[in-house]
Design a protein around this ligand. Structure first.
Ligand code: GDP
Length: 485
């Protein structure tokens, strides 16, 4: 996925900054070099040039203020503590980058310099926070081929798994086979559907379908519309008529990330025809550069609520700008992971764990509990990438049973540990402790693996631990998911 390339470039630029531990204060040249690298990476990923320039100016301004404050409070410049002071400044630059990238992805704050990242929280809008016990009518619009029908199935699956009474209505009478496709997905998911082979008027179908499902007490009522017509004008007229008939609580525009910046015009056209409330970006798993779609979203002002990342029903990820940036920069997406776990009511002590992690504490037992929850969450490849510092060899590829086995083995090994080891009262990383080798052999024998595999587990834990500790210090784990100054 190309976004991963962008992430790699951004990470390496930031890493250069943190590894420069010379006692010189952050020079203008170093900052400019960093900003040029970041800008280049974003433009190569198809992010709109103007947006990138704005981001650059904002970071420059912010960092300038930070450095000025820092030197005036006596923190920078000469003196014995300048190395430590530089580490602080570097961290602040990192935060400014994270904050500005987040703001760029948060429509309501991307149009100005306001950097209130709480907007990313509120941008999870109505469609994401469905009302319980009441009908939520959700109208899907988008051009044919964007992935609308597939996304509708994923969307329905998402809410159905969370206990909402969910159903679908097919109001696409233009494309032959549209109703069959929706019906097929609905049947696989065991979700009720409504449509017609004989009625030619989509407005009538939409109205009847919605009426019936509202009457039957459905909570999430999804209406699919046509994505193509003989003339574009007719398509928009039809959408407006359907919208007027069903009075949706939210209209979701589905856009294909592989279309690059071309989706900008599409987004604008749909936005002016019907009141688009949210956006779902699809096909981010393929060769999509992603940046184009993201710029379009930023420009039209409708927040992204989900990202489509594959063809399976599970391949739909709730979008949170902060989590997205955090993942892009290699910090993992702990908050997203926790929210996901909580939303399916499996995480018991997540707040407690978050609090611990915000202090940089992460024991083997915490890792054990996370792995266990992860195993319950479904497709591993989707969830594992959200864990910070997750070594690549542990993130499974599609259908990769080997990684699932490795994760299971890790759980068996931790099952063979005693409480003191799990809770960090005995430090299994301490090479000077003569009992450690013996303990490793015992754990290996207890779980039926080679001691080298236990060492691999410990290495993975060490990576997690250091990542959590870095995140704790950076404030990325703080409540609301934003870095605090
Ligand atoms: P519609 O015409 O907008 O209803 O589009 P469809 O739902 O029929 O999707 C068009 C094609 O895109 C199908 O082959 C889907 O499997 C594929 N597709 C949809 N969403 C995604 C996605 O997130 N990732 C990938 N790789 N393919 C997708």
């Amino acid at each position: 996925m190309v976004l991963a390339e962008l992430g790699g470039k951004l990470r390496s630029s930031l890493r250069k900054l943190t590894s420069s531990n010379n006692s010189e204060a952050l020079t203008t040249e170093a900052l400019n070099a960093l900003l040029s690298e970041i800008s280049r990476a974003l433009i190569e990923s198809d992010v709109n040039v103007q947006l990138v320039m704005k981001l650059r100016t904002n970071i420059q301004k912010k960092v300038g203020e930070l450095v000025a404050n820092h030197s005036s409070s006596g923190g920078g410049g000469g003196g014995g503590s300048s190395a430590a002071a530089n580490v602080n400044i570097n961290r602040m630059v990192q935060r400014a980058v994270v904050d500005e990238l987040t703001a760029m992805l948060t429509p309501s704050s991307s149009g100005d310099n306001n950097n209130d990242n709480n907007t990313s929280k509120s941008s999870t809008v109505k469609a994401y926070n469905m009302k319980r016990g009441k009908p939520n009518i959700i109208l899907f619009v988008g051009l044919q081929g964007a992935g609308k029908t597939t996304t509708i199935a994923k969307f329905a699956h998402y809410y159905q798994r969370r206990g909402y009474k969910t159903c679908m209505v097919c109001a696409d009478t233009f494309r032959a086979g549209a109703f069959d496709q929706l019906k097929q997905n609905a049947t696989k998911l065991r979700i009720p559907f409504y449509g017609s082979y004989t009625e030619a008027d989509p407005v009538v179908i939409a109205e009847e379908g919605v009426e019936r499902f509202v009457h039957d007490g459905y909570e999430v009522i999804i209406v699919d519309t046509s994505g193509r017509h003989r003339q574009e004008e007719a398509l928009f007229d039809e959408m407006q008529e359907i919208s007027a008939a069903v009075q949706p609580d939210n209209t979701i525009f589905v856009m294909d990330a592989t279309q690059g910046q071309a989706v900008y015009d599409q987004a604008l056209a749909f936005h002016s025809a019907v009141n688009v409330g949210s956006v779902i970006v699809t096909k981010l798993d393929g060769h999509a550069k992603g940046g184009g779609a993201i710029s379009a979203v930023a420009a039209t002002g409708s927040p992204i609520i989900f990202l489509g990342s594959g063809e399976r029903f599970e391949d739909l990820d709730p979008f949170n700008a902060k989590s997205f940036v955090s993942k892009l920069l290699g910090f993992g997406d702990v908050r997203g992971l926790m929210e996901e776990m909580q939303s399916i009511r499996e995480g018991q002590n997540q707040e407690e764990l978050m609090e611990k992690m915000s202090r940089g504490v992460f024991t083997l037992r915490d890792m054990y509990q996370q792995f266990q929850s992860v195993m319950k969450l479904g497709p591993l490849d989707r969830v594992m990438g959200m864990i910070p510092g997750m070594p690549d060899y542990l993130v499974p590829q599609r259908g990769d049973d080997e990684s699932t086995m490795r994760l299971r083995k890790f759980l068996y090994m931790m099952d063979s540990m005693n409480n003191a080891e799990l809770d960090g009262k005995v430090d299994l990383h301490n090479k000077n402790d003569p009992t450690v080798e013996k303990r490793i052999r015992r754990i290996a024998a207890g779980s039926g693996v080679h001691p080298a595999e236990v060492k691999m587990l410990l290495q993975a834990h060490k990576q997690f631990e250091s990542m959590v500790s870095k995140m704790g210090k950076s404030g990325m784990m703080s409540k609301g998911g934003q870095a605090k100054q």
